[in-house]
Design a protein around this ligand. Structure first.
Ligand SMILES: *Cc1c(COP(=O)(O)O)cnc(C)c1O
Length: 430
């Protein structure tokens, strides 16, 4: 059967209707929020030593539910995953000038949280299979100044935590897991985010579940949990009253989550397993439908892991296909595919690192005595991440929709149509 001409060259589009944006918020969240509003108590945090130092009833209920759902001792809610990362790095005792290893494929806050403690991000490359930090590159970037690793479960696939934990043990490093994109993903029987000293989740509106804005940090350590609760709520104002006085990194913040958000979070958390399953079902169907297309690599799920598909990541073999990525991308978008992107991240190339300007205007902390060796952020330090970004990565923002079978079939049809007309694309002027 001859497929019709590509939409890019004037043929009919495969997908002619927009897919419904997924709305995770329903009557349950509305009722929970309304109950808090009628209580008149929209927050119950007090920034001084009292039972209310730990927040109101909904905050505590949400934290207890989260800890139970993820199988951890402590869940500390905060107002964003960015705040959770800052609290986590402070709580594990990062010192000014410490080096912290982080991958370049992540959201910018995984690295800026390090700078917030006047510590120095060092970028390690990623694995082509999962796009997560490559343990071999971590090893290669360890110096006498390295203190911690921020591993990121990017796109919904867990990082290689066995290897990362082994490196951390060998070198005496702490590990923070940024699992903002992977809530309920499994690594060898345990929840992603629970295999590090601290794991961090986001409740921002474009993540799997959300409260508008919000975040959660989890840990099995009583001390780290308490230090995160202190950093959340103006620690410096209350630590004087504490029996065990440990003042490092106890500068005040307000990272508190409100009662309305916490009440919504209680309801959202109940929906997380079903949301993750629906993403997985759609991804399985998609990968099955694309499997035999040459030069297209569908997402890899490593043994012992599950993937929760914040993104649905693809790699195109542009050499094999003899077509550049931009042309393929344009042809796919012309067929009506929404949410497709050729860029993910390479945060080491952001101006803040290229120009090495964070605090003030004179290059602090890099130009200060805190920085004990020159740190290289030049293009070339993360060759795998850079090649993917520059030439071969193609990703669908999978989390924005709840795709049904027919919609996934349409996506598959669009890819298959483009792949059946590769000869046309090869002839286009480049
Ligand atoms: C979204 C995200 C964050 C930040 O989450 P916020 O709640 O918006 O602060 C951090 N890390 C990763 C990997 C993310 O995807």
């Amino acid at each position: 059967m001859n497929s019709p001409e590509l939409a890019l060259t004037g043929g009919p589009k495969t997908i002619t209707r927009p897919f419904a944006r997924f709305n995770r918020i329903g009557n349950e969240e509305a009722a929970a929020a309304e109950a808090v509003i009628h209580s008149g108590r929209l927050s119950q945090f007090l920034g001084r030593w009292s039972p209310d130092f730990y927040g109101g009833p909904k905050v505590r209920e949400f934290e207890a539910d989260w800890a139970k759902a993820f199988g951890v001792k402590h869940a500390v809610s905060v107002n964003s995953a960015t705040s959770a990362l800052i609290a986590a790095l402070g709580a594990i005792g990062i010192e000014p000038g410490d080096e912290v290893i982080v991958p370049p494929w992540t959201m910018c806050a995984s690295a800026t949280a390090i700078l917030h403690w006047n510590a120095l991000p060092v970028f390690a490359d990623i694995e082509r299979e999962t796009f997560c930090i490559d343990p071999r590159s971590i090893e290669a970037n360890i110096t006498p100044y390295t203190r911690a690793i921020v591993a990121v479960d990017i796109m919904g696939h867990p990082a290689d935590m066995d290897a990362i934990s082994a490196i951390a043990r060998r070198h005496g490093l702490k590990v923070v897991s940024d699992s903002a994109q992977a809530p309920s993903a499994i690594y060898k029987g345990r929840h992603a985010g629970t295999l590090a000293d601290v794991g961090v989740f986001s409740l921002n509106y474009h993540k799997h579940i959300h409260t508008g804005e919000g975040g959660v940090a989890v840990t099995d350590s009583d001390e780290i949990a308490e230090r995160m609760r202190l950093i959340r709520n103006h620690a410096e104002a209350v630590v004087g009253d504490m029996e065990t006085l440990r003042l490092d990194n106890m500068l005040g913040h307000n990272f508190r989550l409100g009662e309305i958000e916490a009440a919504i979070g209680v309801e959202q958390l109940k929906k997380l397993p079903a949301i993750a399953e629906s993403r997985q079902r759609a991804a399985r169907q998609m990968s099955e439908g694309l499997r035999d297309l040459p030069g297209l690599r569908t997402p890899v799920v490593k043994a012992g892991c599950t993937h929760v598909y914040y993104m649905y990541p693809l790699i195109v073999d542009t050499h094999l296909l003899d077509i550049d990525r931009q042309t393929l991308f344009s042809a796919l978008v012309a067929e009506g595919i929404e949410g497709l992107g050729v860029n993910f991240a390479n945060i080491h190339l952001l101006p803040i690192y290229q120009r090495k300007i964070a605090y003030g205007s004179s290059g602090f902390p890099w130009n200060s005595s805190l920085c004990r060796r020159p740190i290289d952020y030049g293009k070339g330090i993360c060759p795998v991440a850079e090649e993917l970004q520059d030439a071969s990565y193609l990703g669908l923002h999978w989390c924005a929709h709840e795709l049904d079978r027919d919609e996934v079939d349409l996506l598959i049809a669009a890819f298959r149509k483009v792949w059946s007309r590769l000869h046309t694309l090869r002839k286009l002027p480049r």
